[in-house]
Design a protein around this ligand. Structure first.
Ligand code: ATP
Length: 254
């Protein structure tokens, strides 16, 4: 699939820079086919977040920009669309670091994602109840201030809020960061359910390659702003070099 346009998400040879001189992404092409979970892997600083922000036009606040290449969503170039307009078209990003409104309750945080579509009260409630069926834990904590919930719950709030926009593609940045393995697994299980039951597609940036490749259909491994390897998750898991460098083989052998 690499190199061929899918008509869903197609990132074509992008380069991205910060300021005048920092070349964060040198040449990245990737595709997400509709209905798939795709993992974007690589070490700290490899360029994963920059690629996700490039897709949703979120580089501006950091004085970043896409300096070469093109990003197509459903066949259309999206470089002129704001992140909010992309949300209208079904692409939503969950930023790294679980950005919740600490002083608002869990429920208020989730609801804040729903207003962008200006829905009726009953449509908003239906979406909220749907989020609670995916994240039953959040229903129990609905009245708790988000800042007082656990890291895992905050990550769920951030994802739940994004789901209120009824996306077809979720760009998820480092969902495992700083969380206990059991919670991370719970989050990835929910992602799998969302994908299989509701057809939501995911592009997930992750440092934890072993975990992400357990749930993804395809993977791309970035190294210093370039795609070093790509393929089906199964093929990547089977490769010795991937095992040694990205799945902890070399580290455990050392
Ligand atoms: P992490 O897991 O740490 O988020 P990453 O793979 O997502 O890593 P990026 O955050 O995309 O990597 O960073 C890619 C490169 O761009 C790094 O060299 C980083 O130092 C640089 N970079 C990232 N954000 C900025 C910024 N706001 N200003 C300048 N350089 C930046």
């Amino acid at each position: 699939m690499t190199g061929q346009k899918t008509g869903f998400l197609d990132v074509l040879s992008i380069e991205a820079v910060y300021g005048q001189a920092i070349l964060a992404v040198r040449d990245v092409s990737l595709t997400v086919e509709e209905g798939r979970i795709v993992a974007l892997l690589g070490a700290n600083g490899a360029g994963k977040s920059t690629v996700l922000k490039a897709i949703s036009n979120l580089l501006g606040p950091a004085r970043g920009r896409v300096s070469r290449g093109e990003i197509l969503w459903r066949g259309e170039a999206v470089s002129d669309l704001s992140a909010a307009r992309l949300v209208d078209r079904g692409v939503v990003q969950v930023l790294e670091g679980r950005h919740v409104f600490a002083q608002l309750t869990v429920e208020e945080n989730i609801l804040s994602g729903g207003y962008v579509r200006k829905p009726s009260r009953s449509a908003l409630n239906d979406s909220l109840e749907q989020v609670y069926t995916w994240f039953p834990r959040l229903k129990q904590k609905r009245g708790t201030k988000a800042g007082l919930t656990s890291g895992g719950e905050q990550q769920m709030v951030a994802i739940g809020r994004a789901l209120m926009t009824k996306p077809t593609l979720v760009l998820l940045d480092e969902p495992s960061m700083g969380l206990a393995p059991i919670i991370v697994q719970e989050i990835f299980e929910i992602i799998r359910t969302l994908n299989s039951q509701s057809g939501v597609s995911f592009l997930i940036a992750e440092q934890n390659a072993a975990l992400a490749l357990t749930y993804a259909d395809h993977g791309y491994i970035l190294e210093t702003g370039r795609v070093a390897l790509s393929g089906t998750a199964e093929a990547l898991r089977a490769r010795d070099d991937v095992h040694d460098f990205y799945l902890g083989g070399a580290a455990s052998a050392a």
